[in-house]
Design a protein around this ligand. Structure first.
Ligand code: C5P
Length: 242
């Protein structure tokens, strides 16, 4: 059984590598998984992944790849060679693209551990109106998330990024082993910032999220390690897990 600590991914949303590493140093020994998104990857370059790995962290590189199958495959091969633990693609790229991404990832990982490949379904910032009227997808967000999750599973992916509110639906359609990674997490009393549909860490785990992604409530705290420890304790107490 994976411990709660290993299921909390801290989003290091900084542009400068030095700032991200300073925050990571404060979290060493408390956090085990960090996320490098576009801001940090494009600002600091791929070497940031090696620096974080050298510090002992697992690294989720969140670049949401969406391109023709051959390019997605090459991108994943390059990312795998950096030693990443989790990467993602947009399910909207289709089954062939997702399958090519899987192939590239496995090729890049060689005989090493296989990184998890996760699909982005509908971004949590997308409303139903935008999806229907601008993107041109009919139906509800839930319908679309369900369809994309099924497609990702058929393409051989490990799971999806989804709102905690969609976890149940994804597990019902794709099985409990299909991984859900959920952002939009706020401990009680934390500043919500720009996140709209939020869930507490305790609630996210109790509804079945496999991994939760938390950024500012930890990284912007005066003492990030203490903030994270408090979250871990709360989840352990509420959910009776390790
Ligand atoms: O600071 P905060 O906890 O809001 O950070 C959440 C992280 O999760 C950010 O890096 C954000 O880009 C990412 N994310 C999200 N919603 C999605 C996908 C990713 O908030 N649907």
């Amino acid at each position: 059984m994976v411990s709660i600590r290993d299921r909390i991914i801290i989003a290091l949303d900084y542009s400068a590598g030095e700032e991200a590493l300073a925050c990571a140093r404060k979290l060493q020994g408390t956090a085990s998984y960090v996320k490098v998104g576009m801001q940090l990857y494009y600002g600091a370059g791929p070497s940031i992944v090696a620096s974080l790995k050298d510090m002992g962290f697992k690294v989720f590189v969140d670049l949401k790849v969406h391109d023709i199958p051959n390019t997605a495959k090459g991108a994943m091969q390059s990312l795998a060679s950096l030693g990443v633990d989790m990467v993602n693609v947009h399910a909207a790229g289709g089954k062939e693209m997702m399958a090519a991404a899987r192939e590239g990832l496995e090729k890049g990982a060689g005989n090493g551990p296989k990184p998890l490949l996760i699909a982005v379904t509908q971004l949590t910032s997308t409303t139903q109106q935008v999806m229907n009227e601008q993107i041109g997808i009919p139906g509800t967000i839930a319908d679309s998330v369900q369809q994309y999750a099924r497609l990702a599973k058929e393409a051989g992916l490990d799971g999806v990024v989804a709102s905690p509110l969609e976890v149940k639906l994804v597990k019902e359609s794709c099985g409990t082993d299909f991984i859900t990674v959920t952002p939009g997490i706020r401990p009680v009393g934390a500043d919500t910032g720009d996140q709209k549909r939020i869930t507490t860490p305790e609630m996210a785990f109790s509804i079945g999220s496999d991994y939760i992604v938390i950024g500012r409530p930890v990284t912007q705290a005066q003492d990030p390690a203490a903030a994270l420890s408090q979250i871990i304790e709360m989840v352990r107490n509420e959910n009776g897990t390790t």
